[in-house]
Write a protein that binds this ligand. Sequence first.
Ligand code: ZN
Length: 385
Amino acid sequence: MRSSEHNPPRTLRSALLTLICIPTLLAYAPLSDSSLRRIPSGAPDLDAQTGALLAPLLIPRVPGTPGSEAAQRHFAGFFAALPRWRLEWQNSSSRTPATGDALVPFANLVFARDPPWARAGDVGRLTLVAHYDSLYEPEGFVGAVDSAAPCAMLMHVARSIDAALTRKWEAMEADGEAGLGLEEERGVQVVFMDGEEAWHKWSEEDSLYGARAMAESWETELYPAASTYRTRLESIDLFLLLDLLGGPDPTVPSYFPETHWAYRGMAKVEERMRKLGVLTTKPKSGVFLIDGDKEQVQRRAGNVGYVMDDHVPFLRRGVDVLHIIPGPFPPVWHSMRDDGDHLDRDAVDDWARIVAGFTAEWMELDEFMVGEKEERLEIRSREEL
Ligand SMILES: [Zn+2]
């Protein structure tokens, strides 16, 4: 599932194999209804007061403060239970208009899974992003939709696909499909970005501290010459950014004509999940992803432009971006009311499921999503062995 104009160059051998194998590779297979039903709910872990994923994040998370470190420990602790995800820190420091000469540390956390046989430079990665820092002012601001809830959603997405990824890659190895270069190797990474917010007033210098540092660093991180991708930056198949999600009744338009096809893919997942009755909310517009045709998207992009957010340093370097952010913004945006009490628990859970469904589809996990009942049986039979 990627637009044809962005395909990486193939070797002659893999091009020939592709020709031979066209029927199975043509493509982008939608998830079956039964797989969509098997995308687990994140409740009760996404509850603002008691949820194991979300509640610990609803504290001030200003970069360089104990709250920020607590959030980092929360992510690392959660992924410690999913040991196949490799943790990498992308650190930088900067002065800010609010902190004088002192250097403030900014730490982006990246949790990634690649096919176990693949060389790092041959893997294209779906890149799921949310920022975990919160505003410096007003003091005590916790940023529930901005972006504690999106971070918790991404944790739920990771655990929802973890076992299926393992099954898929084990099956490929067992079938001798691993490493044949039949298609590009496909991985996934979750990025918790730091320093998105401005400290005083939004400007090119006072905002996006973590994202600017990461885009710059990944642009210069070269893979060996024979790799599919030249740099770490180029290996991003899609930069899927969640922000300001978790309030009631969001409408999310499509911002970029170039990735409208991916937006359509997610809208379709939402629509099908609603029809299957696996989502709980009843939005006024019927759906969260309000769609529109490509012409409307092009007009909006021409007239309104796009929202400034963590994707900008990547977009400017040619990375494909899907920005899932409501337009208009939620009414609590950047006010003290952006807290746990103003979240819509059902909307948080529905988003977690929609993004998990989209991710499972992108990663081609249809045959490998197993329901809870089967999973229990599988564990039991392993234990009996
Ligand atoms: Zn914000």
